[in-house]
Ligand binder design. Sequence first.
Ligand code: C2E
Ligand code: MG
Ligand code: MG
Length: 574
Amino acid sequence: MNPLRALIIEDSEDDTTLLLRELRRGGYEPEYARVETAEAMSTELSTHTWDIVFSDFSMPHFNAFDALALLCSTELDLPFIVVSGTIGEDRAVIAMKSGAHDYILKGNLKRLVPAVERELREARNREERRKADIAIHRLAYTDTVTNLPNRARFRELVQEAVLAGQREQRPIALLLTDLNGFKDVNDTLGHDIGDSLLQQVGLRLRSKLFAPDVVARLGGDEFGILLPQLAVCRDVRHVIKKIHDCLEAPFMIQGIPIAVETSIGVALMPEHGDNADILMQRADIAMYRAKQMASNYVVYANEFNRYSPERLGLMAELRDAIEQNQLLLHFQPKLELKTGRILSTEALVRWQHPRLGMLPPDKFILPAEQTGLIGPLTHWVLMDALKCHLNLHRDGFQSQVAVNLSARSLHDPHLPKLVADALDANGVKPDQLMLEVTESAIVLDPKRAEENLVALSNMGVSLSIDDFGTGYTSLASIKRLPVNEIKIDKSLVTNMLTDKKDAMIVRTVIEFGHNFGLAVVAEGVETQEVLDALAALGCDKVQGYFISKPQTFKQLQNWLSTCAWKTGGFDATI
Ligand code: C2E
Ligand code: MG
Ligand code: MG
């Protein structure tokens, strides 16, 4: 017998007996209460747990519509089945439209048990979906180390505060801070202590600030603080003093005292910007200034952005560098775990600077975006990557080549044409090109990104979401996008064997990725152990130093002919 907690809304004891008898005949052991007024129903709902509600249609003091309305006013999601004498088809329809799950005639009780089974099953499914949604939402909006809001949630809260501040003509302040020397703590004392330190810093900050203020962990050792209810801008200085004071006493972690120093960057609305992204960017610039000047805090000033001489100099040079072929690509292979085969490589750009040596992309991609040089840069990378791809193909290595796109390029309406022209010029088929876009780039302008992604996908180009899991997109929201692959960020992968939370995120992303029909790639695989763990979780592809570091095209050609893995075999012809 299956236990069934049934709330029965019924004025007739005889009808209740018949209902119970039918349930028992169907294999249920009902534990029930019978009520016939709204008050009694309300009491039962709030004091006991129920699996299902049966309701007569009309009673002297109550009826099914009111009972249904009462149920809907609670958070409970219980199957509600009307069990009644003949009430006429239209009223039965109205009952169903108001949210009843089924309507059973008292004269035809043999329909009861199948209806109960079906509705219980569906309620269980709804519950599971709800739990999955909560898990996804949590994953997407909470930092798992500190339980504080993460960057994605922080950005939303800043944007909400911006709108409220504008409506109410009130300033808001945004503070960014990171912990000087945190990397040393992590490297010398280990990740557990590093994590405990982050948690305790989060707790101290939270406890010193007012309730409407927001404390978030934005990633690494970086915290964001939002002050949405400032009376006047200069109040921000009191808050900064409070923050420095509260972090002054060393943190005791596993008996080790750890002193923390911070530099704070501040941006204010309306002075420094009127949207979340600009304010965050400017607070970030101010924070770097504070670090450079070894100062406790720096408030953003417009000239920081305009007159950074190093940046301007570098950008002037980049323009020539593209023309003079100072850029070069390194390639990093992706390994398919199921077949043990290298089926694709990713192109990563570098700048062989005549004076400064080899510059990594993070030194010049963002400034290139801000100065409009990203268009020519992306074009150069695409052309060169496709040219190298063709050469590999001629060597007999059939593969796919992946190129990274920056946010600006992703939002550029000319992107699909630029890609189509580059494919045409090199005579490469679209399915041999994969474009990697970061989730943060999509979030900046999801509508425009989606238009471009759809156009590229319609052309036959494969799409990958890079650096996934660092906390921008919810898994649910990428379901709509025509992407083929997600790449779990290396920060999660590298630590997955030592950090339970990272391991949990990796597992969840693989599971949900597969549920949405996407291939899942893990980047940053540095050891055999991590590769084995990913294989056990069903991850599709891996990339990282363990397989190969990014290498020049020449090195790649050699490597492909001598490496331990099977190579090529991508199913496409040029
Ligand atoms: P990404 O696309 O996520 O590339 C992965 C980065 O992780 C690369 O850094 C790679 O060298 C590094 N990496 C790979 N395997 C491992 C590993 O096992 N351990 C560790 N610790 N790191 C690993 P890189 O080359 O410095 O590139 C950084 C980022 O710059 C790239 O991240 C990508 O977002 C961007 N980027 C690179 N080339 C281009 C480009 O042509 N255009 C644009 N827009 N962005 C690019
Ligand atoms: Mg990439
Ligand atoms: Mg990545």
